[in-house]
Design a protein around this ligand. Structure first.
Ligand code: SF4
Length: 235
């Protein structure tokens, strides 16, 4: 029987896709982004729910969705549980519920099948060059690039997210490279800059994990907005 490992469900998500959303946080992620604020979801934990059980829970929140809400699969990395994710998408599709996938694009199998069912992909751009990517997430960029290639063969709407980390992304040179990089990504509707914040710090302390950005200040929000304006102007 297909089962999945879910960390938690947020019933009234307002930022992870259009409208009011049920956000399902999957356990398991192979990346180790220096700025990750969900380290408790890195490890794959015991399987605790079937697709049918999850979709039954999700359906309870349906009255909140109105015209444009739905479900967002987040984590962790939802693509780490491809069979479970695919079955959840199939069941949600038969209920006509809007599906968003919040992902770093790091999966192995069934990606095309999942993309066939997902309405919106929210893709986290970690870094635009291979060395910068590897330094930031401790894994090669290949899977993420393969995912972008796959997106070219599907019609999913795409929202892009770029966390702006001081001393890594907060310079005009990077912003210009980012503009060039995302030209290759199809069907992009929206691009968000997320200023690096320190909300995950206490989790690292509680889990006794080394926090590589412990001493780095949060990204200044005004500076982040200025960079976004530069991004809009960049050719
Ligand atoms: S992809 Fe997301 S969950 Fe995984 S390490 Fe990076 S920020 Fe954390």
């Amino acid at each position: 029987m297909i089962m999945g490992s879910i960390d938690s469900i947020e019933s009234m998500g307002l930022v992870d896709g259009p409208g009011i959303r049920t956000v399902v946080f999957f356990n398991g992620c192979s990346l180790r982004c220096l700025y990750c604020h969900n380290p408790e979801m890195w490890k794959m934990k015991e399987k605790n729910i079937t697709p049918k059980e999850l979709v039954e829970k999700i359906k309870r929140y349906r009255p909140y969705y109105q015209d444009n809400g739905g479900v967002t699969f987040s984590g962790g990395e939802p693509l780490m549980q491809p069979e479970f994710l695919l079955e959840c998408c199939r069941l949600l599709k038969s209920e006509n519920i809007h599906i968003a996938l919040d992902t770093a694009g790091v999966g192995t199998i069934l990606i095309d099948e999942i993309l066939d069912l997902v309405d919106l992909v929210i893709l986290d751009i970690k870094h635009v060059d291979k060395v910068g990517y590897q330094n930031l997430v401790k894994q090669s960029m290949d899977k993420s690039l393969e995912f972008i290639e796959k997106l070219k063969h599907h019609n999913n709407k795409v929202w892009l997210r770029q966390v702006i980390v001081p001393s890594i992304h907060d310079n005009v040179d990077y912003i210009k490279k980012l503009k060039k990089f995302i030209r290759e990504i199809p069907h992009v509707e929206k691009i968000e800059f997320i200023p690096y914040h320190k909300l995950g710090t206490e989790k690292y302390d509680a889990m006794k994990l080394y926090n590589p950005l412990k001493d780095l200040p949060a990204m200044n929000k005004e500076k982040c907005e200025e960079l976004y304006q530069e991004f809009l102007k960049a050719k």
